[in-house]
Design a protein around this ligand. Structure first.
Ligand code: NAD
Length: 336
């Protein structure tokens, strides 16, 4: 029996990961360690809450005692998703990003070392590489050049993790993935923000000229990669994950309008995000060749499935939209 501690398991990617892991392998048990910030939602894992191989601990990774107590429960692996994850919020206030992403990771790494955890998978982002021109791809060798407070805090945590590996032999493996989409994503991020606005015939805020390019991957394909890295990845290595699916934000907006049958007049151009990265694109051939990872979702199927999920889960969306999120939205984009 393998006992895995997942941090941030009540968020978008972590909750999908835990569901996938518990369904796929009966010899795995999971401790979900999550602080339940604005982005953490117990409802994301309601369906597994009673699974005897699942345990939830309400804890903060910046709390050393809480982290140590959790790792003392015969944990053999740690998969670290917990983070402050939204670039726009990091521009409004970078403090929580440094606290959780940098200091929290340091505390977790200390505990991983102390309890002789056999594998530590550090889930990171392609944003640590910075921004690309019109050509080229990020590889695992691309130097880190983060441009936002969010990506700077993630790059700091990546470097700290690798420094622990180098200095203490901590069994660190890093994954760096491009933009995820799929069910349970908090509606501050582009795709669920636009779907949930359009479902209510509200306008969608497009930053600047809308020609920023992002690479999109379905969350379940990302998570399949994280699981493979956990099982078979080489310690001390970085593995990029991406969807080979570059779209401008405007292209994506038009696709969403078409799929939801809404008029182009709902596009509202707003001032660009300060320091907005222009293009991300990722070379994921290392994980394909070394670990046999492949994508299962096409963007078209994944997007249709995601829209259907949001349409079927309006209560989940509305609970979020009526809470703290509403104040954030008005600060960021003005009134709807
Ligand atoms: P999310 O914001 O949806 O969820 C983050 C989770 O972490 C929440 O459940 C929150 O309660 C928890 N958390 C935050 N601070 C914590 C703390 N101090 N202690 C314990 N738990 C805490 O984020 P997500 O989109 O699911 O991203 C998960 C990870 O994947 C992050 O590390 C992010 O950098 C990385 N990532 C995200 C994307 C993406 O497109 N969303 C892409 C690549 C990598």
């Amino acid at each position: 029996m393998s006992r895995v501690l997942v941090t941030g398991g009540c968020g978008f990617i972590g909750s999908n990961f835990i569901r996938q892991l518990l369904a796929g392998d009966e010899s795995v048990s999971v401790i979900n360690f999550d602080a339940l910030t604005y982005a953490g939602n117990l409802a994301n894992l309601e369906d597994v809450a009673k699974n005897p191989r699942y345990q939830f601990i309400h804890g903060d990774i910046t709390n050393r005692d809480a982290v140590r107590a959790a790792l003392a429960q015969n944990v053999d692996s740690v998969i670290h998703f917990a983070a402050e994850s939204h670039v726009d919020r990091s521009i409004q206030d970078s403090g929580p990003f440094i606290r959780t992403n940098v200091m929290g990771t340091q505390i977790l790494l200390d505990a991983v070392r102390e309890f002789h955890i056999s594998r530590y998978v550090h889930v990171s982002t392609d944003e640590v590489y910075g921004s690309l021109g019109p050509t080229g791809l990020f590889t695992e060798e691309t130097p880190l050049h983060p441009n936002s407070p969010y990506s700077a805090s993630k790059a700091a945590s990546d470097m700290l993790a690798m420094a622990y590996h180098h200095t203490f032999g901590t069994p660190v493996i890093i994954t760096r993935c491009s933009n995820n989409y799929g069910p349970y994503q908090f509606p501050e991020k582009l795709i669920p923000l636009f779907i949930s606005n359009l479902m209510r015939d509200e306008s969608v805020p497009v930053y600047g000229d809308g020609l920023q390019i992002r690479d999109w991957i379905h969350v379940l394909d990302h998570n399949a990669g994280v699981e493979l890295v956990w099982r078979k990845g080489r310690v001390g290595e970085v593995y990029n994950l991406g969807g080979r699916c570059e779209k401008t934000n405007l292209e994506l907006t038009h696709t969403l309008l078409d799929l939801l049958g809404k008029p182009k007049s709902l596009i509202r151009y707003v001032a660009d995000r300060p320091g907005h990265d222009r293009r991300y694109a990722i070379d994921c051939s290392k994980i394909e060749q070394e670990l046999g990872w492949t994508q299962r979702w096409t963007f078209e199927d994944g997007l249709r499935d995601t829209i259907a999920w949001y349409q079927a889960n309006t209560a989940w969306v509305e609970t979020i939209r009526s809470g703290e999120y509403r104040n954030y939205y008005e600060r960021q984009y003005g009134r709807r």
